[in-house]
Design a protein around this ligand. Structure first.
Ligand code: UDP
Ligand code: MN
Length: 357
């Protein structure tokens, strides 16, 4: 009996010792990682969790090396995570976006890029009206996973001084020339950088045979510019500024088939303010009967002529012992600087204007 008891005791002692040894050896690997604060551990997808952990690591590194501010992009900071989709057999969309340097340029380009990231087979032609490439824009495009082409064409000097300028024409024409030289199939669309696009319009315009048209919201006091469609046919146009135009439509209200465009080598956009769309569509040599109404016979508004509030250039960041050696050293490089003058002078001008009125 005593012998039996001591044998049981011996077995127990050995197993406790073995368990302790195992825990000592592998205990650290068995421990679960702590659930990140404010995050439901189970609901977070693995990628988001990795991102979170990497972000925490970066924050720790930053705390250990507080002066090491880096503005260089790494995988985490790449501006368009996710990816441009390529779907075999879908006609490509050649999207021409005219843009120009100003405080809103990068925000507008960000919005447009992230819309297009959700559209398959896009070639995004970003055409800048500027005396030299804007570094913030070209690096944004380089870091993007979209299929982008950067072009640059300035508004001719003779139009620059005019009160009403033909905005975005020279750079749209550069995009048009690129399409003529490089594309054979698919569809061309002019997408200004400041509009809002519903993804469904891209899927419908992809099948344009000649010229398709669709409503654009927030145009003139009518609130919309659209073809008038009766029994599936375009019978007229509803637009707040008809002005003797044959095709009174907005720049974002039509798309053109590339093979069809290539049969019209002389088609071009005029530098005539207000008549850019009309002039271009007329030069394609179509009739109203050729127009393909999209967005369910133009009953949906899937493009909006959003106009962004203009912002002045930022006031320069003061250089003193509160700001220097901090993140503001990097932030100051991200702020828009007007090459024509500083924010202070623009603000001053505005203030005197206000006082006068
Ligand atoms: N744009 C340009 N150069 C300019 C002004 C505008 O390339 O000097 C671009 C702008 O980024 C936009 C398009 O042309 O994509 C139309 O300009 P804006 O939005 O100012 O005109 P609106 O829509 O009010 O007619
Ligand atoms: Mn606009």
């Amino acid at each position: 009996m005593i012998r039996f008891k001591s044998r049981v005791l011996g077995v127990m002692v050995v197993s406790v010792a073995a368990t302790t040894l195992l825990l000592l050896l592998f205990g650290s690997t068995l421990r679960l990682p702590p659930a990140p604060a404010n995050m439901s551990f189970l609901r977070v997808p693995l990628r988001a969790l990795n991102d979170f952990q990497q972000q925490q690591q970066r924050q720790q590194q930053q705390q250990q090396h507080p002066n090491a501010f880096s503005s260089s992009a790494n995988a985490q900071e790449s501006c368009t995570s996710g990816g441009a989709q390529r779907v075999e057999g879908l006609p490509p969309l050649y999207i021409i976006t005219p843009t120009y340097p100003r405080a809103e340029q990068i925000p507008e380009i960000t919005r447009t890029a992230q819309t297009l990231l959700n559209v398959a087979n896009v070639v995004w032609l970003v055409s800048e009206d500027a005396p030299a490439p804007t570094p913030a824009l070209t690096s944004y495009l380089n870091e993007s996973s979209l299929n982008t082409v950067y072009l640059r064409a300035q508004m001719p000097a003779k139009y620059m001084k005019a009160k009403n300028k033909p905005r975005g024409v020279a750079n749209r024409l550069a995009g048009l020339n690129w399409v003529r030289a490089n594309a054979k199939e698919g569809v061309l669309y002019f997408a200004d950088d400041d509009n809002t696009y519903d993804l469904r319009i891209f899927e419908q315009m992809r099948w344009t045979k000649k010229v398709s048209m669709f409503p654009v919201g927030l145009v003139t006091k009518l609130g919309v510019s659209t073809p008038i469609v009766r029994l599936g046919k375009v019978v007229g146009f509803y637009d707040g500024w008809i002005a003797n135009r044959k095709f009174p439509v907005d720049m974002a209200g039509f798309a053109v088939s590339v093979p069809f465009l290539l049969t019209r080598p002389n088609a071009t956009m005029p530098f005539t303010v207000g008549y850019e769309e009309d002039g271009f569509i007329k030069s394609l040599g179509i009739t109203s009967a050729d127009i393909e109404p999209l967005a369910f016979n133009c009953t949906k508004i899937w493009v909006w002529h959003t106009q962004t509030k203009k912002n002045t250039a930022a006031v320069p960041i003061a250089q003193n012992n509160i700001t220097m050696g901090t993140n503001l050293d990097v932030i100051k490089g991200l702020l828009w600087k007007d090459p024509k003058g500083t924010a202070t002078t623009t603000t001053k001008k505005k203030e005197t204007k206000k006082k006068k009125s």
